[in-house]
Design a protein around this ligand. Structure first.
Ligand code: UD1
Ligand code: CA
Length: 449
């Protein structure tokens, strides 16, 4: 049996923020939510979050998750004091208790799973995640007797100079035999620089306590200030990009690219510099995105090219080219082999296959068939100041340059719209529509002065 208790009651003074530290977001998800997600491979019997500073806010932020119990620590008297607060809720509990700092968002689920497995196989009283950090400043140092048996943990501020040389740190991630922990918790003192009840002091009362080194020390980073928050973002990004490169994605200048964890990419996708992929975005094989593009919450088919463009909440089928400088937003659906070009904005519009909107257009609330050619500067006038109206342009139709289609309006199949027309009425299949005044020429204009 495994239960988890997450320490999320502290204010996080070093963040210099009104928001509790655990609610600061890292790439779209709060720290505490990331810590909860790091338990995803474990079959948990109980999930307890210890709240205190702005506790209601933390509760609210986690209200969409099932099965979380909240325990209040009214005064923040230290990490040991925080865990003391779960004693009454876990009075009858028999099993292991994972204790996780709420400010350690980079932990991989696999690492936590291995920690619990090791703890259970070795039948330890406690097993704690440790790491050898190049710069251990600020972390509690873990002192072992020979191998991995922990004798004590000393906080950075309580270490003397010699002790500070120890680079093995406590990650604030522990697996305890709950019954043994419960009998040790009342022993905690406040005999330290901060005069707080330190959870790390239980190591003095438990045995055996084992240190479990993280394979990747960057998983153990705790967030105490804004600099560490931004470093965590970089670490997360490096991890995501490494994984996609291993899976067959090419990145040109990866340091200029950002990718959310929720994005899915196929092999042989090429990401050019300054490309940002967010939300539930999927890019299929052979597509080339960037340079200079933002794609949010969109499905990009295979062999698509997107150049210097912004695409949100849209779907693009195979072999279509977008950009340079296109903006597709709000449920745009493009068919196969289309060309959406220079300085084109498309909103809430469905486009068939082999259709071109190549230059300087706005299309909103429209439906375009296959093989349509939208001339340079064609605009759908979809808004009358109160309501949005639809435009339908059927297959094979061509609009002349600088035409305005005043919605609601339907252009039939194979219609030709003369350049500069303002089309206000529906047009039948196969017609030519000219909706502008005829050119008038007055000869010898100056001789009339
Ligand atoms: C703690 C560890 C340190 C370890 C480091 C890893 C202790 C005494 N020290 O130090 O050994 O190297 O984490 O990052 O445990 N919290 C409460 N209630 C409190 C105090 C804190 O819930 O009364 C919560 C905080 O919200 C935070 C977590 O506990 O999520 C850790 O607290 P923090 O003050 O950041 O501990 P560190 O000084 O980083
Ligand atoms: Ca911390």
């Amino acid at each position: 049996m495994v239960a988890v208790a997450i320490l999320a009651a502290g204010r996080g003074t070093r963040m210099k923020s009104d928001l509790p530290k655990v609610l600061h977001t890292l790439a779209g998800r709060s720290l505490v939510e990331r810590v909860l997600d790091s338990c995803s491979l474990l079959d948990l019997d109980r999930q307890i979050v210890i709240i205190g500073y702005q506790g209601e806010m933390v509760k609210q932020a986690l209200s969409h998750r099932q099965g979380i119990e909240f325990v209040e620590q009214t005064q923040q008297l230290g990490t040991g004091h925080a865990v003391q607060q779960v004693m009454s809720s876990l009075q009858k509990y028999r099993g292991d208790l994972l204790v996780l700092n709420g400010d350690a968002p980079l932990l991989r689920p696999e690492t936590l799973q291995k920690l619990v497995e090791t703890h259970q196989i070795k039948q330890n009283a406690a097993t704690l995640l440790t790491a050898n950090l190049p710069n251990p400043q600020g972390y509690g140092r873990v002192f072992c007797n020979g191998g991995n048996l922990v004798s004590h943990i000393i906080e950075d501020r309580d270490c003397n100079l010699a002790q500070k040389q120890n680079r093995r740190v406590n990650a604030g991630i522990y697996c305890f035999n709950w019954q043994k922990l419960a009998t040790s918790l009342p022993n905690l003192s406040t005999n330290n620089d901060q005069q707080e009840y330190y959870l790390t002091e239980v190591v003095d009362y438990l045995s055996p306590v084992m240190a479990f080194d993280a394979e990747d020390y960057r998983e153990t980073n705790g967030i105490n200030d804004r600099r560490q928050l931004s470093e965590a973002y970089d670490i997360l990004q490096a991890r995501i990009k490494d994984d996609w490169m291993k899976a067959g994605v090419t990145m040109i200048d990866p340091s200029s690219i950002t990718i959310d964890e929720s994005v899915r990419l196929e092999a042989d996708v090429i990401l050019e510099p300054q490309t940002h992929l967010r939300g539930n975005t999927t890019v299929a094989t052979g597509s080339r995105i960037g340079p200079g593009s933002l794609i949010d919450n969109s499905l990009i088919g295979s062999n698509v090219n997107v150049l210097y463009s912004v695409i949100t909440d849209s779907e693009i089928a195979a072999n279509t080219r977008v950009g340079p400088y296109s903006h597709l937003r709000g449920e745009v659906k493009l068919g196969q082999s289309c060309r959406i070009g220079n300085f084109v904005e498309i909103k809430k519009t469905t486009v068939g296959s082999n259709t071109n909107v190549a230059h300087l257009s706005y299309l909103g609330d429209a439906t375009l068939g296959d093989r349509v050619n939208i001339g340079a500067g064609t605009i759908t006038a979809n808004y009358d100041g109160k309501q949005k109206h639809p435009t339908t342009i059927k297959q094979g139709t061509k609009t002349g340059s600088n035409s305005v289609l005043v919605a609601p309006v339907i252009l039939g199949e194979n219609v030709t719209v003369a350049a500069g027309s303002v089309v206000t009425q529906d047009v039948n299949d196969n017609a030519l529509v000219v909706a502008r005044s005829r050119q008038k020429e007055i000869p010898d204009w100056h001789s009339q002065d």
